[in-house]
Design a protein around this ligand. Sequence first.
Ligand code: PGA
Length: 235
Amino acid sequence: MIVSANLKTNLTRATTDKYLEELNKFLNDTSSSQEVIVFPAMTSLNKQNGSVIVGTQNAYATRNGAFTGEIGLEQLEEFGIKTILIGHSERRHILGESQEELVKKFNFYKELGFKIVYCVGEPLEVRKAGDEDMMKYISAQYKGIDTTYKNLIIAYEPVWAIGTGLTPTLEDIQKIHTELKEKSSAPLLYGGSVKVANAKDVLAVKNVDGILVGSAALKVEDFCSMCEDAQKLEQ
Ligand code: PGA
């Protein structure tokens, strides 16, 4: 399974290093065979040893150049980063990234062979409009994306469930994941208010291949416990 943590705008370089050290130690001590990915804040990217895959929460579709406030391939290469999160709802809705821009970014990093965790998910008003509208909305987020790309991981994250403590029912997660699996056979993660108390149940849902965890991953011991849940389910 794939267990991933999106640390967003939290922790510093020093506390992230400590976090990754503890996480790597835990995975090693427990002989974990899970694929564990962590997306730290950009200033916390650093060279890593250990089994944890470190990815960037964002990067511009460029090697380098005049893109104030952005980083490109050159900055990622310094730390050996080959994994990127694209299409997170906070980038779509707060930073205003369009589908067109995301596709450009996707294609740029795909050409370089990056592992891409690509996020999709609907806001509350769309969910309230019913299943048909919701699937139409999510389908539009697949537009232009190569769903057969071999290093693709998709994360379904309903916007209304992110950071709110609200989650869809397990039945709803299974239903949506089953439909999304028809669009792409890439591993499909669920994200949105996953925490220690519900990770095991979410991971056990059919067609859920892993989780993407935000706030509940900030404490390393909690994230370790979710990695352990995934390991137990596979045994
Ligand atoms: P959350 O965030 O776990 O805090 O809801 C998930 C995400 O944004 O990836």
